[in-house]
Write a protein that binds this ligand. Structure first.
Ligand SMILES: [Zn+2]
Length: 153
């Protein structure tokens, strides 16, 4: 009665999972074969892994879709772990790069400081030169005035 309803609900979900029939071990340490519920009940047609010594089973029983879901999650976890490892490697590279850039910046800071000191020295030199010119001009002018004064007199 509930057969068609249950199987149609399952088929879409278990379709991709039935492709990858994985090896599952029972508590005996033996491969638990993939089986299908044959009882005419609400779980009819549902796949499961169970002990191969049925009916004298070790009690191992797992729904196939649950097992596959767990495998899927484990696979995804593994992928994430690889991703994390790759990201950590990239992080290491970037940290190295940052370190090198910081060192380069420090060197540049030194160069800039040296240049600014040089610049201020040049500016001071220019001021001194201008001051010298003013002194010379002043001297020359005072000489001219002195000469004029002498000549007029
Ligand atoms: Zn068993």
């Amino acid at each position: 009665m509930a057969t068609s309803h249950e199987s149609s609900g399952n088929s879409s979900r278990s379709r991709s999972m039935s492709d990858q029939q994985c090896q599952v071990m029972c508590y005996h340490g033996e491969i638990a074969p993939l089986r299908e519920v044959k009882y005419n009940g609400p779980t009819y047609g549902k796949k499961f892994y169970g002990c191969s010594y049925w009916p004298r089973t070790c009690g191992y029983f797992k729904w196939a879709d649950e097992v596959h879901e767990i495998r899927d999650m484990q696979m995804r976890l593994l992928e994430k772990d690889t991703e994390i490892a790759e990201l950590e490697m990239e992080k290491g590279f970037l940290e190295d790069k940052i370190k090198r850039l910081k060192e380069a910046k420090l060197k540049l800071d030194d160069v800039v400081e040296e240049l600014s000191i040089e610049n201020s020295e040049i500016r001071e030199g220019l001021y001194a030169a201008k001051a010298d010119k003013r002194v010379i001009l002043g001297l020359a002018l005072s000489w001219i005035f002195f000469l004029l004064y002498v000549l007029i007199k």
